[in-house]
Design a protein around this ligand. Structure first.
Ligand SMILES: Nc1ncnc2c1ncn2[C@@H]1O[C@H](COP(=O)(O)OP(=O)(O)OP(=O)(O)O)[C@@H](O)[C@H]1O
Ligand SMILES: [Mg+2]
Length: 1008
């Protein structure tokens, strides 16, 4: 019996999978009775079984709360599909089947359904979406379809809540029914593609990489009653949750063990700044003017003229940090400070920020039971002022400490709220008569309606009391106190370059080599302190920066700098809040580039000019783009590179491709008379739009790029097998690679085994030992199955793709074309799927070279042209010769001799300039062949001889045979016409071909 979840084969008659404990029996969707999986009708109630599992699943609209459903359905992009960074949560019920089997099915269901209900309730509490209900478990997404800047934290909180609720329910079950239930939860964060939410909210998601898969695995690994997180989730929820590291844990389907964490409880941090404090705050810079304003307001309030100060600014500019510095400065000595902040998921929870404030005022702790709460609140109020005793019931009600039978609890909810607001107001005013009071409300953009009405009431009483009310919020929030004389607003912007430098200096250290990086960081973030800090953190994690904080040095070359996960989440959430048409406009603009000329936008955005104009002004108001210039033609630009990248990153490949191709057409029309000024943009759009002939055309005009090859990063350092091989020292390379593989085997390192096999394949290929090469590469093909195909194992391209491409080549030499084609196709499909430039290039080269071997000359050029474009655009100079050389040969077959010679010569020159030797003899043979076709037999002969010498020196036996073949053909022709010599060459070539099993070459050699 195959398990539907993990595909494990189980002995017939098993009720549960021996591998993952999934029930193997089919549960009747109607009565809940277990049935053998083959039953077509339920043995209990005759209901039809085995229909689509969807029938047994509740429809999403039945379990998605209305306010969420509305938000989701009006969310832009939901229908078309988008790439999103999300947190995926799986939860399932443990031992549900035992419970089902031992009792009446209906009763069993009635005991289990509440657990599912509790899981879903916890998800919805934090605005996640349950997108699958699977019998005894759920799958939920946080951050999709609506992006949430704190999706990881929300998922963790939801897990804690469901564990707690279910545990409470389980206690009751145990007492009443003697039955036991526990849930296992698994969480992971990463990118997914979310598509097509129909009107029934059904969300199709497809995972990019294995975000979803890994979340599922975490759930399966979790002990009942626990929640497991991956590193990716923890990185975004650090400080918000406490975890126990379980260490690297083997996960089925993955080569290397992954670090796993068990969530223990919520952490003490409730805001991002608190979480950052645990890591250590950066030195505070700038903001003198703002601190001065706060200080003045403080003085006024101390003198009895209460004040309100609102600090407004974008996420991450430093609103909370400003408060933090102000509150902890000596100026507030002698003040009672009461702090509170709204939570992103708290809009639907009445009084959430207020509760925090009251709890700290009355010094309540999490362990306090109802009695302790009553004692502390009553004591606190009466000590302050006996006249406030009527405030006690409403305060207790807010804090969940009021006895159920108290008359206050029987009042209408509106009355209770009114009295609660009044009680808090009186409490604060009363307190301010004893000592000056500083009340802090952070993040008003997330405030709930009830706390808002309290604030409004408080604001009215402020001017006559010794109270300073400071609040902060992001620009999208609005309130009605703007006209008050005792109100002032401080707008804070990102740091100016000097301050940004002052912030970075102590973190990075002053080494001169970091200068360009520092400038680049400030430019990319436009001085937003959070974005700066997070970018540095990401650079340290990816080892672009190495060493100690305050004394970093450059590690790896920063080839592609990624947007840090936290920043990505913040920006994605902002973009998702836009109206659908504005979001679409922003995305279209992002495809054009960071700078967006009006003409291009007007032609590509699929909206009328009027709509675009209005949309742009809203995008400017939202501070996502600004007007860069108006003359000679309007041009807009993204606020910072990060916003641009996040907007672009959310668009699906297909749509991107279509827009790029459209932009290319528009540019060619609009700039028809000045194309040369725009060659780089044209090449870029042609490439991204996959208009290959155009891409190649513009790239030629652009000239080649001159960036230094970084062999170390792509191939390995000196003494590594890859390095020795590419420098033509095949025998030495072979020794090293064989040793590497032996070491990898004895240490059981999967990664090193894969790498060694791959290198061995390349080395044996160069040595002409196609059989051994095939053997090594086939080992990889066998190892790299399932998800492992997506692992890089530290190589520059996907080993599954590269091994497949090289295998195709070796099999082609051996004349085993069916197998070769299958390998080449597999490699190409996988490379396309992951869309990774280096891998795509290698796959294309494999395809092109195979066609060459097969003699399908007309099919050689296309894949290689695509590869060449990618090589140039992605700046992979190391691959240039590998691509350009066979493409040159292909052009020669088309009669384009000049192009062919040019490409081949450049390929050979470049390899020589880089000091690379592997397979260059073959390139010389090809150039010789082209020269022969071009009617230059003497050049061809010289090249053949050089190739022969080189191949022999490097022991490239296969290429030696090809050199001999060429020499045979040349010498037979005019002006040499040396039949004896020619026969001698061909005989030698045949001998090698026979000994190496080179069936393809052997067939091509003349009979005599
Ligand atoms: N002036 C500053 N000097 C040094 N570091 C700063 C400064 N301002 C902010 N930071 C740092 O930048 C990060 C983000 O700041 P903060 O949390 O105050 O942003 P915020 O404006 O409150 O954002 P949000 O709207 O998301 O709450 C923090 O780690 C903080 O320490
Ligand atoms: Mg803040």
């Amino acid at each position: 019996m195959k398990c539907s979840r993990c595909h494990q084969d189980n002995p017939a008659g098993s009720r549960f999978c021996g591998e993952c404990a999934t029930p193997l029996a089919a549960v009747c969707p109607k009565c809940g009775a277990p049935n053998p999986p083959d039953n077509r009708f339920c043995g209990q109630c005759a209901n039809v079984l085995g229909g689509s599992t969807a029938e047994s699943m509740p429809a999403p609209e039945s379990y998605t709360p209305r306010h969420l459903a509305e938000k989701i359905l009006t969310s832009p992009g939901a229908q078309a599909g988008e790439r999103k960074t999300v947190t995926v949560l799986f939860a399932d019920l443990k031992s549900s089947m035992e419970l089902l089997l031992d009792r009446d099915p209906e009763e069993a269901r009635s005991l289990l359904d509440p657990v599912l209900g509790l899981m879903m309730e916890a998800v919805h509490q934090f605005e996640g979406t349950v997108n699958q209900v699977m019998g005894d478990g759920i799958m939920a997404l946080f951050g999709a379809p609506l992006a949430h800047e704190d999706h990881a934290v929300r998922a963790c909180y939801a897990a804690l809540r469901m564990q707690e609720r279910v545990a409470r329910y389980a206690d009751e079950l145990r007492r009443r029914h003697g039955a036991d239930v526990q849930i296992r939860v698994g969480i992971n964060s990463g990118e997914v593609v979310v598509r097509s939410i129909g009107t029934d909210l059904h969300m199709d998601y497809s995972a990019v990489g294995h975000t979803t898969h890994l979340a599922g695995r975490m759930q399966q690994l979790a002990r009942p009653g626990t929640t497991l997180l991956t590193e990716a989730t923890l990185a975004s929820a650090e400080g918000y949750v406490e975890v126990k590291a379980l260490g690297p844990t083997p996960v089925r389907g993955l080569a290397e063990p992954v670090p796993v964490y068990e969530m223990v409880r919520a952490g003490s941090a409730r805001t991002r700044l608190h979480a950052a404090m645990a890591r250590g705050l950066t030195r505070f810079v700038g903001r003198d003017a703002e601190l001065e304003q706060l200080r003045r307001a403080l003085e006024e309030a101390r003198a009895g003229r209460g004040q309100i100060v609102a600090v407004v600014g974008e996420p991450g500019v430093g609103k909370s940090r400003l408060f933090y510095e102000f509150i902890r400065s000596h100026r507030t000595a002698g003040w009672l400070v009461l702090e509170s902040s709204s939570a992103s998921y708290g809009k639907t929870t009445p009084y959430l920020p207020l509760l925090g404030l009251l709890r700290s005022y009355f010094k309540l702790s999490d362990d306090d039971d109802t009695r302790a709460i009553r004692a502390k609140v009553t004591g606190g109020v009466l000590t302050l002022d006996e006249g406030l005793k009527d405030s006690i019931p409403p305060l207790l009600w807010l804090l969940d400490g009021l006895p159920d039978d108290h008359p206050f609890a029987a009042l209408e909810i509106a009355r209770r709220r009114e009295q609660a607001v009044e009680a808090v107001r009186l409490l604060l005013i009363g307190e301010s008569q004893h000592q000056p009071l500083l009340v802090v409300f952070e993040d008003l953009h997330w405030i709930d309606a009830e706390t808002q009405s309290l604030l409004d009431a408080l604001v009215e009483s402020i001017p006559t009391v010794r109270t300073l009310l400071v609040v902060n919020y992001r620009p999208e929030y609005q309130h009605a106190w703007g006209s008050k004389t005792y109100y002032r607003q401080l707008r804070i912007d990102a740091l100016p370059p000097e301050s940004a430098e002052a912030l970075l200096e102590p973190i990075l250290g002053g080494h001169p080599e970091l200068r360009p990086l520092q400038r680049m960081l400030i430019e990319r973030t436009e001085g937003n302190p959070l974005f700066l800090e997070e970018s540095v953190r990401a650079l340290v994690e990816t080892e672009v920066l190495v060493g100690q904080p305050g004394a970093y040095r450059l590690g790896k070359d920063p080839i592609a700098i990624q947007v840090p996960a936290t920043v990505q989440a913040i920006l994605a959430a902002r973009i998702d809040r836009l109206a659908p048409e504005d979001k679409q406009l922003l995305q279209a603009a992002s495809v054009i580039g960071k700078d967006v000329p009006w003409v291009l936008l007007a032609e590509t955005a699929e909206q009328t000019e009027e709509q675009i104009r209005r949309g742009l002004s809203r995008l400017q108001a939202a501070e996502l783009v600004y007007e860069a210039r108006l003359f000679p033609a309007p041009e807009y630009t993204f606020k910072h590179a990060l916003t641009h990248e996040v907007a672009y990153g959310g668009i699906l490949q297909d749509r991107r491709r279509a827009i790029h191709a459209r932009i290319l057409r528009v540019m060619e029309r609009v700039h028809a008379d000045r194309l040369s000024e725009h060659v780089d943009r044209l090449a870029h759009h042609a490439f991204r739009g996959e208009v290959w002939d155009k891409a190649l055309h513009y790239l030629r005009r652009l000239g080649t790029t001159d960036s230094r090859p970084s062999i170390d990063t792509l191939i390995g350092g000196p003494e590594s097998a890859g390095y020795l091989w590419i420098h033509g020292e095949h025998e030495h390379a072979l020794t090293v690679a064989l040793r590497d593989r032996a070491v990898a085997a004895s240490f059981g390192s999967f990664r090193d085994t894969v790498r060694a096999n791959y290198r061995l394949g390349q080395i044996y290929y160069s040595l002409g030992d196609y059989t051994s090469a095939t053997d090594a590469l086939q080992r990889n093909a066998a190892l790299l199955e399932g998800d492992l195909r997506y692992e890089f194992f530290g190589l520059a391209g996907l080993p599954a793709v590269m091994s497949g491409a090289w295998l195709a080549l070796c099999l082609g030499e051996l004349g085993r074309f069916d197998e070769a084609t299958a390998q080449a196709e597999m490699a190409a499909a996988l490379a396309r799927e992951v869309d990774h430039p280096f891998s795509v290039v290698v796959a294309h080269v494999g395809t092109g070279m195979l066609e060459l071997l097969r003699g399908e000359h007309a099919k050689v050029a296309e894949p290689l042209e695509q590869a060449l474009v990618i090589t140039r655009l992605s700046d992979i100079p190391l691959l240039f010769p590998v691509v350009a050389a066979p493409l040159g040969l292909a052009y020669a077959f088309q009669g384009r001799h000049a192009d062919a010679i040019h490409l081949l010569e450049e390929a050979i020159e470049r390899t020589e300039a880089m000091g690379l030797g592997a397979n260059n003899a073959l390139r010389l043979v090809w150039l010789g062949r082209v020269q022969m076709l071009a009617g230059n037999p003497d050049v061809a002969r010289r090249l053949g001889l050089r190739a022969l010498e080189m191949a022999r020196r490097r022991r490239e036996r296969g290429h030696e045979a090809y050199a001999l073949q060429l020499l045979g053909e040349v010498t037979r022709q005019a002006p040499y016409q040396d039949e004896a010599q020619a026969t001698e060459y061909v005989r030698a070539a045949r001998a090698i071909a026979d000994s190496l099993g080179m069936r393809t070459l052997a067939t091509a050699l003349p009979e005599r």
